[in-house]
Design a protein around this ligand. Structure first.
Ligand code: DGL
Length: 284
């Protein structure tokens, strides 16, 4: 396989940008294609068959349209539903998934009690249950499915995001550094890091928030390196595809990654983002 090819990254929407941010920091010379499936978001409340169908179709699209050399499933819900299917179908393609960072959180927690916020799909999956069972002796995990939160982050509805963060942190009860209290919170959906400031404000500075971007980026580097696929001379470009509104993806990329195509950016980032987006992908 050609090391000059881009790495594909996909999510149900803008959440995977939190993973892309870490990937670009770890692998600054690599080119990426980011696929936002916003036309079918949110995944978290749609069921496993739907999400695995979307994931398989997106992988084929990225392979056919962009000849990707590796795939990062930048979505906990899609990883739980489909990473095994993607690996079985595309045996030559390095595939990296994301899962809620329970193990690092258990290691960080001093009280031994860890909160986990994720989508309903992730928390009800067999993959997540296997992870939870494997860490049974390392901490107590308190799980709360956050219906609606990814959708609110996707639409950028600040009032709704704040209200849902408040509701779910109250539900997860009780935070603190005393015995039996939760001192560490896992953001188990790639959308939630974009609400991290609100969570931190609600919970106070002593509660640690744990996300997965950096370990996923390191794992991507390891996997590509092992197959001789790292590109030390790429341009660090990002191409954009979406089944939703290109302007929404453009606004999120600009806000969270500083990729806004303004004059003065490095040339590789001076992309006409809206034009590069596929407004609709009927075949998918
Ligand atoms: N960002 C995704 C995740 O990590 C999916 C959120 C959703 O579409 O419900 O699970």
């Amino acid at each position: 396989m050609d090391r000059d090819r881009p790495i594909g990254v996909f999510d149900s929407g803008v959440g995977g940008l939190s993973i892309l941010r870490a990937l670009r920091a770890e692998l600054p010379r690599e080119d990426f294609v980011y696929f936002s499936d916003a036309g079918h978001a949110p995944y978290g409340e749609k069921g496993e068959a739907f999400v695995s169908g979307r994931s398989l179709a997106i992988a084929v699209d990225l392979l056919e349209q962009h000849r990707i050399k590796g795939l990062v499933v930048a979505c906990n819900t899609a990883t739980a539903a489909a990473v095994h299917l993607l690996r079985a179908k595309h045996t030559q393609l390095p595939v990296v998934g994301v899962e809620p960072a329970l193990k690092p959180a258990a290691a960080l927690s001093k009280t031994g009690r860890v909160g986990v916020l994720a989508t309903r799909g992730t928390l009800s999956s067999a993959k997540f249950h296997a992870l939870l069972t494997s860490l049974r002796d390392e901490a107590d995990f308190v799980l709360v499915p956050c219906d609606g939160l990814a959708a609110a982050i996707e639409s950028g509805d600040e009032a709704e995001i704040r209200e849902l963060c408040r509701r779910y942190t109250v539900e997860i009860c009780c935070f603190g550094s005393g015995p039996g209290e939760i001192d560490t919170l896992v953001l188990g959906c790639t959308h939630y890091p974009f609400a991290a400031e609100i969570f931190q404000e609600l919970l106070g500075p002593s509660i640690r928030l744990v996300e997965t971007g950096e370990p996923v980026a390191r794992q991507t580097r390891r996997l590509l390196q092992a197959q001789g696929l790292l590109n030390p001379q790429g341009g660090g470009r990002v191409e954009w595809r979406t089944t939703g509104r290109p302007e929404a993806l453009q606004a999120a990329a600009s806000r969270w990654l500083g990729l806004h195509g303004a004059a003065g950016d490095p040339p590789a980032h001076r992309l006409p983002l809206a034009a590069a987006c596929t407004a609709a992908a009927p075949a998918l």
